[in-house]
Design a protein around this ligand. Structure first.
Ligand code: PEP
Ligand code: MN
Length: 337
């Protein structure tokens, strides 16, 4: 890291900072400029070092060189991670599609939609059994019964099941039925949940918190990776801004930016990212053009009567069109779908 001394730092302060760096096991190289002195501190950048060094007299600021997320970073692993769960493969040249209703409503519904989605090219089936709802009075999901319904849909179709787990103590139960554990936006910084999902060894789909920075997002992924679970997908699902016309603001520059910073595959969720069904098809195409490794899309036979998120949910007919159009975009960016 680089320790930047204040313009009026005294020679004693520079000497003290260099000695402090040495005492921390790093090697200081003092670089004296015409107006300011900086000290390159060479060695392992451990958590806490910045705060310790910034507390020193005469120190202006400390700049890290390495990313704080070691395992998620492309600095130490350049080979791209491919996450696999049954026929779902995310991170290769083929763009994957995970689709399904916001909530699992009943077995007939989830089995029927799963069949249609599979026919149209989805390899993952999403559906919430545990629903994180803003209001405690909204439908909270069928919980374990919902997981059983998802398992029935997998038995019928072979699709990989992607479903949210909301509490660390539920991880073993959800992992028994699911192929991929989704960590929702509202839980991105639930560190005990992240660790429990890491310990489960199941592939994880980590959604970006609605107010999380990219560093916070990657550090959340780091919690899962650090437990020895390498199968993490990063999901951009939109962030909160001043804009009220869309439910969230979907920043697609995140996709190439995450690809630059990390080897983990990137999934885009245009359903939650926009909150409006009519905006989902164009944003699916844009996500593919931006380099998304997978899309996660809310699809319901009858969005008007969906138990949650109907306004952002597309029908199987629209889903079929989305697939067709996205395949053409994928071809234009040297991918398949
Ligand atoms: C969902 O996928 O239905 C969901 C609740 O998503 P998010 O956590 O992104 O709001
Ligand atoms: Mn939803």
């Amino acid at each position: 890291m680089i320790v930047v001394m204040k313009a009026d730092a005294t020679a004693e302060q520079v000497e003290h900072a260099a000695a402090h760096i040495t005492s921390l096991g790093l090697s200081p190289q003092v670089i004296r400029g015409a107006h300011q002195t900086v000290i390159a501190a060479i060695g392992e950048e451990r958590p806490g070092l910045i705060e310790t060094l910034e507390a020193g007299a005469g120190v202006e600021k400390v700049l890290p060189i390495m990313a704080p997320y070691k395992r998620a970073s492309s600095e130490l692993k350049s080979e791209r991670t491919v996450v696999r769960a049954r026929g779902l493969e995310v991170g290769g040249t083929k763009i994957a599609v995970i689709a399904g209703p916001c909530s699992v409503e009943n077995e007939a519904q989830i089995v029927a939609i799963a069949r249609k989605l599979k026919e149209r090219g989805a390899t993952g089936l999403r559906g919430g059994a545990f629903k994180p709802r803003t209001s405690p009075y909204s439908f909270q999901g069928h919980k374990e019964e919902g997981l059983k319904m998802l398992a029935a849909a997998r038995d019928e179709t072979g699709l990989a099941i992607v479903t949210e787990v909301m509490a660390p103590e539920h991880v073993p139960m959800v992992a028994e039925y699911a192929d991929v554990l989704q960590i929702g936006a509202r839980n991105m910084q639930n560190y005990q949940l992240l660790q429990a999902v890491g310990d489960s060894g199941k592939p994880a789909l980590l959604k970006r918190g609605m107010s999380a920075t990219i560093d916070e997002f990657l550090l959340a992924a780091e919690y899962i990776l650090d437990r020895g679970n390498p199968n993490v997908m990063l999901c951009e699902r939109g962030v909160r801004t001043f804009e009220e016309h869309t439910r969230f603001t979907l920043p697609l520059a995140t996709v190439p930016y995450l690809h630059e910073k990390s080897h983990l595959p990137v999934v885009v969720d245009p359903s939650h990212g926009t909150g409006k069904a009519r905006l989902v098809p164009p944003m699916c195409k844009a996500s593919v053009a931006a380099g998304a490794d997978a899309l996660i899309i809310e699809v319901h036979e009858d969005p008007e009567h969906a138990m949650s998120d109907g306004s952002q949910t597309i029908t199987p007919a629209v889903f079929a069109q989305v697939m067709q159009q996205c395949r053409r975009v994928a071809e234009a960016v040297d991918r398949t779908m």
